[in-house]
Design a protein around this ligand. Structure first.
Ligand code: NCD
Length: 312
């Protein structure tokens, strides 16, 4: 049996393979609409989301459609699927694998994508497994960094916000730590840190400053000023057992126009989105705000990834 190209975690790719995927993303972004539809004609992608999504689901659907394929969208809530009747993840995946050539899966449990891959007859693309990983987001984040900063090594990245629960942070840290010379600053309130967790040990050699914010993000002004990339995240409300704890932490790391004005001109602000209130809309027009360009990059990187899982 030939090998199935699952995408389960950010560190599964080698640097050369990532460069191939990015070269394909660039070339797909410049092909005319008609020729694009000849890339995956007749192929079908199932999108199964057990958690809410706007960008990830929409970009995969748009990517598949532009490449000439079709989509089975179970993205409006699995409550409308047989999951609500008690069907297991495994049975859902095996079933969808009879109709589709790949399955994009978002699920609240860490390890769910690997579980799905162990029974799936077609590639599984992990679109977020709880607080675990979100590898396609990390790849599009890295692609954005390459486009915006001009390189993927020797970059100082300041991660801000909910580093404990943010799966995009976890995947991007793993991915960036494969490249030489990258340095990570960690800025969060103390309860939302990754210090002391297994991931911290994995990337420890690349950690620069750790700042525990008590009242406001301006306490991290110095590291923000030194960074090439400021990677903002929202505090992940849905991961808190105690709403009081969320309320205490939710406004701890808010970016302000004044803080942005103290960044280097070349610094880029990224955010996987959705934002809540950590970036005011008044910052959107600043040339350093790259998060909507990051959204656009997601389309091309996901097109390239769909081609990769369905044709190689
Ligand atoms: C992120 C996610 O779902 O992990 N969103 C995304 O896919 N772009 C980030 C988040 O929900 O905060």
């Amino acid at each position: 049996m030939s090998k199935i190209n699952h995408i389960l975690e950010a560190s599964q790719f080698g640097i050369e393979e990532i460069e191939r995927i990015f070269r394909m993303s660039r070339s797909l972004s410049s092909i005319d609409a008609y020729r694009l539809t000849q890339v995956l004609p007749g192929k079908t992608l199932a999108c199964v989301f057990y958690e809410p999504s706007t960008r990830t689901s929409a970009s995969f659907i748009a990517a598949m459609t532009k490449l000439g394929g079709g989509v089975i969208p179970i993205t409006q809530g699995v409550q409308y699927s047989s999951v609500s009747k008690g069907e297991t993840l495994e049975d859902t995946v095996i079933t969808l694998g009879q109709y589709a050539d790949a399955i994009v899966l978002r699920h609240p449990e860490v390890g769910s994508a690997a579980r799905a891959a162990s029974v799936s007859p077609v590639p599984i693309i992990n679109a977020g497994d709880g607080i675990g990983e979100h590898p396609t987001q990390a790849l599009l984040d890295l692609y954005t960094i390459e486009n915006e900063v001009g390189r993927s090594n020797g970059v100082e990245v300041c991660f801000v916000g909910d580093l404990a629960n943010g799966r995009t942070v976890h995947s991007l840290l793993r991915l960036l730590s494969m490249y030489p010379g990258n340095r990570f600053h960690l800025v969060s309130p103390q309860p939302l840190t990754i210090v002391g967790r297994p991931l911290y040990e994995e990337v420890r050699g690349s950690i620069g400053d750790v700042v525990y914010v008590k009242r406001s993000l301006s306490e991290a002004r110095e590291v923000l000023r030194r960074s090439d990339v400021v990677y903002m995240t929202r505090v992940q409300k849905e991961r808190f057992g105690d709403p009081k704890e969320y309320d205490e932490l939710k406004d701890s790391c808010l970016l302000t126009k004044e803080l942005v004005s103290s960044l280097k001109d070349e610094t880029r602000i990224l955010h996987p989105l959705p934002r809540v209130n950590e970036i005011p809309t008044s910052i959107d027009s600043d040339p350093r705000a790259a998060y909507f360009r990051q959204v656009k990059s997601g389309l091309y990187v996901r097109m390239s990834l769909l081609r990769y899982v369905m044709t190689t």
